[in-house]
Design a protein around this ligand. Sequence first.
Ligand code: SF4
Length: 376
Amino acid sequence: MKFVDEFREPEVITKVAEEIRRLADPNRHYRIMEVCGGHTHAIYRFGLKDVLPANIELIHGPGCPVCVLPMGRIDDGLALAQQPDVIFAAFGDMMRVPGTCGSPLEHKARGMDVRIVYSPSDALTLAQANPDKHVMFFAIGFETTAPSTALTLMRAKSQGIHNFSVFCNHVTIIPAIRAILDSPDMRLDGFIGPGHVSTVIGCRPYEWIAKNEHKPVAVSGFEPLDILQGIVMVLRQLKAGEAAIENQYRRVVPWEGNRAALRAMAEVFQLRPYFEWRGLGFISQSALRIRDEYAEWDSERRFHVPGVRVTDPKAAQCGEVLKGVLKPVQCKLFGKECTPEHPIGALMVSTEGSCAAYFNYEHRKAATVTSIRPVA
Ligand code: SF4
């Protein structure tokens, strides 16, 4: 398949892995953060850690939108959906994310009208098909998905569809990276920059990371060779004592971003003064709210939001894993109380969550290898 097979070519992967070994100083330990949950998934799925030298440590970043949402926001969304004649619509990966009183799917089992949609536009179509109901779309995601929510709200307004609103949980990636760099317990050498988000925002918003923090960033794609080439770019810069933003994913990411998508976002959204992130706490100007011109389609203004703050279960270490301070397996609940079948934290639910990725690929692989070892 074009743009897939050539990025999985074993011979080329071997050569790039050799290049990584050549570039890495054996006397140095490298900590490189892959910001995006899609990268974390690919790293485990393709076993990329196995081709890297031991002194290159990949740190999982906060780029899984389902994972960074605090439990209180899920509770708030579900509380709004308990109003009479409200349909709760969300993407499939939200359905099993636990709130205090259960996930959206569990609420559905108790009788709430919960629907999976594949896009905000599907939710709007649902509203048109159910004029006697109100459809509330639970919107999540970084700048990757925010433009489609914006376009849907513009459509709802222009077509005068009034039984539809958006519970907006869109977040922005740059303040989260800033919060991580400001964190005293975090030491990083460079970043594999998020490929999906960058298709919208471009590469320019990362320039301060190189200029002020002197850390290299390689915005990278999601195939094995993309990620390995991104690591090569970061290592080359570190070896040369340089820090710059490089675009490995040029076949998809325009340096200046997608102007039409950015325009749609600017038309519909403005920055919130602050927003709570799971594990990172409140970060200023890190999320989007719906502008006054679209207030009629803003669930938070149409309904009363309880705004309850909820902390994660005490033993759950989702916050530390999200910040990259702990590896998934270092959480006491990993693989015991918390599994993909019975998730306690959102990181075990989403395919982009590091705990789910680690469990589905590394943990199972280790279990299989152990189980086929001859008994002494
Ligand atoms: S194993 Fe479960 S509880 Fe622990 S960090 Fe991962 S998702 Fe959170």
